[in-house]
Design a protein around this ligand. Sequence first.
Ligand code: DP6
Length: 361
Amino acid sequence: MNDYYENPGLVLPENFPHGEVKWKSPSNIALVKYWGKYGPQLPKNASLSMCLSESFTETSIHYKLSKGEPQRDFFFEGKANDAFAKRIWKFIDSLDSIYPYLGQLDLQIFTQNSFPHSAGIASSASAMGALALCLVDMERSFFSSPKKDEDFVHKASYVARLGSGSASRSVYGGYAIWGASKSVQENTDNKFAVPFSGKIAPAFENLSDAILMVDNGQKEVSSSLGHSLMEGHPYADDRLAQADRNMNDLSKAMVSGDKESFIKVVEAEALSLHALMMASDPWFILMKPETLKILQLVKKYRAQTGHFLCFTLDAGPNVHLLYGKENELEVIKFIEKDLKPLCHHHQIIYDTMGSGPEKLK
Ligand code: DP6
């Protein structure tokens, strides 16, 4: 059955012009984690994320109607990169039912990240977000659709999702929700993400995210393997119920300004993600000794000062520390003095909540 977003039969006219499109898309950090998927990259549970500002990907696509066999070139940070190119072209080919005309075009893709590769920042989220925005923008300039900006961004989220689930949330600024959940806003869908619709309390309007680089090696567990660990997982049902409760509690806390509940949910999500991995078959322990030390020190600092500061983790050892504007200076002092020495090469990326993607000239 064709999906609403599919366009079979679309072809480009012979007098089709050449052109270029360029987008910047941010990475995002999940507060309620997407963990487990089914079908065409659909999430088993709803997730909620915050978009970042300094961690982003810029991608441009140069296109022209092909004269014969389509030519394709891919450059990552100015250089050819076979591993990334393979993934990108495989993804582009997989979009045949949405963008059949891509096979008629010579394509050159240039992409670069603002952050080091393998920095433990979700590069697939920003990369697939930027690529999807370029593809939907091309569609708009070729066929004048999607017309409405809301449809444009929903479609970009839909296409980004097919590339990487978490990328569905990278086409929005602020907070985004992906996936239907019993307890939160009505317009959520498993096929694309939407912006968080509630009025965010001032406490959470401008959070900072200090990314503590405990280790900058290659990811030990690929996303696909990670998600597959939830198949037949002994705690799978409980996890789905927990994610639903956490979506409910977190979205309420974000509107009411309840910092205690916010911290409780965000940290429980991070630790549950790692607990699920430890209880998987095969099991994985992705935290490093320094990760654990940092988490303990954060807990102790919060108990001693009462300052708003909490951690979250992705499927890796690096720690994201979230904090607000109040007590910012003290929190940074604590990070610099007590946590920085635990980071690989003392590396920390200071990021903040961002306002979302941008079309570039
Ligand atoms: C732990 O989006 O990287 O970061 O859909 O297979 O590309 P694929 O997975 P991916 O998974 C992200 C998992 C997570 C949590 C999250 O971002 O929600």
